[in-house]
Structure formats: C-alpha cells, structure tokens
Design a protein around this ligand. Structure first.
Ligand code: BDR
Ligand code: CA
Length: 316
C-alpha cells in the first residue's frame, strides 16, 4: 500500500485526482492538505471538505497556506475562468460543510504524519508548493523521512500555461517551489510536458458517469465548465493535470524521464520558470551545482493513464 498525503487546491482536476487516490486499491490516502491557488484557501478547504463528505473519504483534511512563502509577493487573482468562482466549476456547493477539520495547520499535519510513518509517506502535491516549503522550513529533517514527493507543476521543454515560461502551480509561489525542488528528498516532477498531452474527452467522462455511481456523476457535473474552458486547446475535453501525478504513484512505468538538479526562477519576466540541469551535462560552475538530482517526466503513455483513471474511478 502506498501511504499518500494529498496536498491540493480543489480545483476541478484536483477533484478527479482525489477520487482516484481515494478509490485506487493500492493507495492508502492518509491525509488531505489544502492550499490556496485555484481559489482562496477558505474555498479550496471548503471544497475538500465537501468532496470528503460526498465521497465518504475517511482521510482528515488540514487547512494550509493562504499566502506565498514570501508574504511580500503581490497577490494575484484567482483563476475563476478555469475552475469557476467556487473552484468546482460553479456547481452548487454549500457555504459551510458540517465536517470537522484537522486542528493542525497543513504543514504541521505533514510533519507529524511523516514523523509517525518514517520512510513511508508519499507526498502528492498538485497546488502551489507553499505547505511543503513551510513544512521543510519548520522541520528540515522530514526531507530524510518521506518516501518521495510527486508534484504536478512546472514545464521544461514546452511553454507554460500562465506565462510563456511558467506553469500555474509554480508561478503561484516560485520561492516555495525552489525550496521543494532543491531539498534533499526525492522529487518526481509531473510537468506540463506530460500533463498537457493527457486529455479526457467530455464523452469519455460522460460514459464513465453513466456507468459509475454518484461520485463519478458529481465529478462529471463539476468538470463541465472546465471542459468548456479548455476548448482553446483540447477538442471537447480537458487536461487531467493533477491525475497524472496521482497515477505516477502507482504506475511510474507509464512515464519516461530525465534527471537533474532543478531550480525555479524567482522574479523578473521568467518568474516561476522551472529549469533543469540534466545529469551528465557539463557547464561552468553555477546555481544548480551540488543540488539533489530530481526526476523530470518528459514522456507519458497518455491512453494508458486515462484508462487507469477510468478503472480506479469505476472500480473495475
Ligand atoms: C495546475 O494548475 C491548476 O489549475 C490545476 O489544478 C493544476 O494543478 C495546472 O497548471
Ligand atoms: Ca491543482
């Protein structure tokens, strides 16, 4: 069993990945931590509690960061045109959900849970990296105690999605992402290089909903406006960014990768750009030297990934 803490900003594609992590038989979802990003942290936390309740997820929810790790960074607007004003495609979600939150802030929940399960926890982070960076700042030793970190974020050999060079999760808190990429733990980066070519069509999701239970029907409903948003890039379908990271947990063989030290540009016109120094390439001394080598996924078997998502969601 893979013990997973899911750090997320639900978020439409976050919701699909959550249902995958909840339903996959080899995954033990032991915690959900929330972060701001697709909406405010109040909204993403409310959404996580809503999905926990609707989908009968046992894992506790801990509320996380509401601002970047460097609080002097200017706030940006929420991406309402992508995920809706309420972060879940503007389906009806009650203002308040009568489900208790874990009393700890997300970064503390991460530290405690990692320390209670040394060498076992896999952190799957699909929002801004602020909670992970906070956890590392407060307790750097956890880097040696987690099994690995799987993140959805960044772009290496393809353009970004919020600027020509930056992806939303990294651009939303570049300093935090740089802390996470350069810490002495094992990070697998599931970037736009692979997530932007992994799409699910409206009809495929609709067929799943027709066969599936209420949980899949809810997922189908909340995904509709996100699919509408993607019409500039996908033919009547959506990129399933966060689910790619969730799938990597159980099926890394569906990905090809390179390795190397990764840095994140913090500031200027390339704010949030992720840059790898591939292992084996020689350069004069520079800012990538002496840093851990991370895994960067550059290839993906998209059809198999989509099929794996369908099987887990439909429990077939
Ligand atoms: C990432 O940004 C968010 O909009 C999605 O949930 C995903 O985590 C894609 O760039
Ligand atoms: Ca996300």
């Amino acid at each position: 069993m893979h013990k997973v803490i899911y750090d997320t900003d639900p978020g439409v594609d976050d919701a699909m990945a959550l249902l995958f992590l909840h339903r996959h038989p080899e995954i033990d979802l032991i915690g959900i931590t929330t972060v701001f990003g697709n909406a405010s942290v109040e909204t993403t936390t409310r959404n996580a509690l809503f999905l926990k309740r609707e989908w009968s997820i046992a894992a506790p929810v801990a509320k996380g960061a509401s601002v970047t790790i460097d609080p002097s960074r200017a706030e940006r607007e929420w991406p309402a045109m992508v995920h809706g004003d309420n972060g879940l495609g503007d389906i009806e979600v009650p203002e308040k959900i009568d489900v208790a939150l874990d009393p700890r802030p997300a970064h503390r929940f991460i530290i405690d849970t990692v320390r209670a399960n040394p060498g076992e926890v896999r952190l799957v982070a699909v929002g801004r990296m602020t909670n992970l960076a906070r956890a590392l700042k407060e307790d750097p030793e956890i880097a040696g105690l987690v099994k690995d970190v799987v993140i959805m974020g960044g772009n290496f050999y393809v353009p970004g999605n919020v600027s020509p060079v930056a992806e939303a999760n990294i651009h939303g808190d570049p300093e935090a992402a740089d802390i996470v990429m350069t810490a002495p733990w094992k990070v697998a980066v599931i970037a736009l290089d692979v997530t932007s070519i992994t799409t699910m069509s409206r009809s495929y999701l609709g067929e799943m909903a027709a066969k599936g239970d209420e949980a899949v029907k809810l997922l189908d409903a909340l995904s509709q406006s996100y699919i509408d948003f993607y019409k500039h890039a996908v033919e009547d379908g959506m990129m399933v960014h966060d689910s790619c990271a969730a799938v990597y947990v159980v099926a890394p063989e569906l990905f090809s990768s390179i390795s190397g030290a990764v840095r994140v540009v913090c500031g200027g016109i390339a704010d949030g750009q992720t840059i790898i120094k591939p292992d084996g390439r020689r350069f004069p001394p520079g800012d990538w030297d002496g840093l851990p080598s991370q895994i960067i996924c550059t290839g993906i078997e998209s059809e198999k990934v989509i099929d794996l998502i369908r099987k887990a969601l439909l429990r077939v």
